[in-house]
Design a protein around this ligand. Structure first.
Ligand code: FAD
Length: 468
């Protein structure tokens, strides 16, 4: 077994996991002048034929962009992304209705996951105090000594000691496993009953098959499909569905029947043959939500990104939150002059409530499918406001999550408050409506036919908020 360690007085920081958050974090840490080593289980994805990973593309928003800006990468990544100014809601009948994301001119970006990861690794490699180690899978490590053991694909092992270990090794973190052995570590994980599957919508005559500057959504209560544009003019469609529904569909004809019923307008765009084939390429993929506390052990180790807080993808914030972790850690490093014994507990103190808040918000959007309901209500209001610079009250917390660095837990507080106000408002409107209608009815008794009309009208109005 080979052991290596730095002989210089420079502090050695080991980043375990060279995914999105690990590669970005390595840049932040190298910029501070530490001797940084990244250990990634996979081969170098810049040289790999096939890049395995989760979603093909991701929505990058303000928090993620701010983190990229810190290491001088914002412009480059933004230039490689596709702006999405609004959600485009596809009704069952094929009607498309846009719901703007923010104020006029604001947008989120569709970025290619593999490309973003490659760019971040290449940026990290530019620092002379950086070493990238691929094909190094963390097997074990010691919180007392900082000694880590890595498995190599040729069967060899390597041991490395570091002053600080930064666990960015994703939702199934090997670093986090050690935390579970320590006392006073809270941990929970929840698999949701839905899985996801990705399908490709090819270009039509060399052009995007649908309007490109939108995040397309087909909300169908228990099912949902979304589509994000790619630079090669394809869309990546992601179908979210309960696992038992995925499993019910066993033949190509059943796939088409299901799409005909739920997403008929997408069939000619994805293509009958492609649908019949690609649906069976991979089974539905699981989605997990992980919460833990604290994020550190002593002055030796800290968790960031999905290793600390995997969230379900219904708010498009997992990577953005992980990127923001890097800024928050950096700010605390400044505040406490890189004294790990103070920085690490402070990081846990500050960041845990925010990461837990975004996990809750993402889960809430999943459970209630409220995302769509609020959005439709939001749409009606936003359409009136989209030509102004004002953010309407109803969407303020969504706006804060997506377009500001307002702490997530504060945005959640606003969301709770807003719900209370909306519910009170609805109650007042309904009560007022009922009283008003009763007065009119008493004054002008209508025919039986006319009697049901106001009630129907009110019902239609309320349900219109729910069904796009
Ligand atoms: P990962 O990306 O999982 O990277 C972890 C890295 O660690 C990997 O490279 C892995 O190989 C390596 N590793 C693992 N174990 C070891 C080990 N033992 N030793 C060494 N290396 C190891 N987020 C958004 O912000 N916007 C979106 O639109 C969005 N969409 C999503 C859609 C889907 C379907 C899913 C599933 C997630 C989505 N996310 C989105 C969330 C986002 O993918 C994650 O939050 C993000 O990838 C987290 O990055 P990470 O670096 O922490 O973890």
């Amino acid at each position: 077994m080979e052991e290596s360690s730095s002989t210089s007085t420079q502090k050695v920081v080991a980043v375990v996991g060279g995914g999105l958050v690990g590669a970005l974090n390595a840049c932040f840490l190298a910029k501070r002048g530490f001797s940084v080593e990244v250990f990634e289980a996979r081969e170098d994805i810049r040289k790999a034929q096939i890049v395995k990973g989760r979603s093909i593309n991701l929505a990058l928003s303000h928090r993620g962009r701010q983190a990229l800006k810190h290491v001088g990468m914002e412009e480059k990544i933004v230039s490689q992304g596709i702006p999405m100014h609004a959600r485009m809601i596809h009704s069952l009948g094929g009607k498309q209705s846009p719901i703007p994301y923010g104020k006029k001119g604001q947008y989120i970006l569709s970025v290619d996951r593999a490309n973003l990861n490659k760019e971040l690794l290449s940026e990290a490699e530019k620092y002379s105090n950086m070493k990238l180690n691929f094909d190094h899978k963390l097997k074990d490590w010691s919180a007392e000594t900082g000694l880590m053991t890595f498995d190599r694909s040729d069967g060899s092992k390597q041991q490395i000691r570091a002053d600080l270990i930064v666990g960015c090794d994703g939702a199934f973190s090997a670093i986090r496993k050690q935390f579970l052995r320590c006392g006073r570590f809270d941990y929970s994980q929840t698999y949701i009953p839905h899985g996801y599957m990705e399908l490709t919508m090819p270009p039509v005559n060399g052009e995007f098959a649908m309007k490109p500057n939108y995040l397309h959504i087909w909300p169908r209560n228990t099912f949902m499909m979304i589509a994000l544009p790619n630079l090669d003019k394809t869309f990546t469609c992601t179908l979210f569905m309960p696992f038992e529904e995925f499993e019910k569909i066993t033949t190509g004809d059943e796939v088409i029947e299901f799409f005909q019923k739920q997403f008929p307008d997408s069939i000619p765009l994805i293509g009958v043959d492609a649908l019949k084939r690609d649906y069976f390429r991979l089974p539905g993929q699981a989605m997990v939500s992980v919460k833990c506390c604290p994020y550190h052990i002593g002055d030796k180790c800290v968790l960031m990104g999905d290793a600390a807080h995997a969230v379900v993808p219904f708010y498009g914030q997992g990577m953005n939150a992980g990127f923001e972790d890097c800024i928050v850690f950096d700010e605390i490093m400044d505040q406490f002059s890189e004294d790990f014994s103070v920085v690490l507990p402070e990081y846990s103190r500050v960041r845990v409530p925010d990461d837990h808040a975004i996990a809750d918000l993402a889960m809430y959007n999943y459970i209630e499918v409220r995302f769509i309901q609020i959005s439709t209500l939001t749409m009606r209001i936003l359409i009136n406001f989209s030509t102004t610079q004002t953010v309407p009250f109803v969407s303020l917390y969504c706006f804060q999550v997506t377009f500001t660095r307002t702490r997530y837990h504060e945005a959640v507080k606003r969301w709770h408050w807003q719900n209370k106000v909306i519910n009170c408002g609805l109650l007042f409107s309904v009560t007022g409506g009922v009283l008003g209608a009763s007065y009119v009815l008493i004054k002008n008794p209508p025919s039986v036919n006319k009697l049901i009309t106001p009630a129907e009208e009110m019902w239609n109005r309320l349900t219109a908020v729910r069904t796009p």
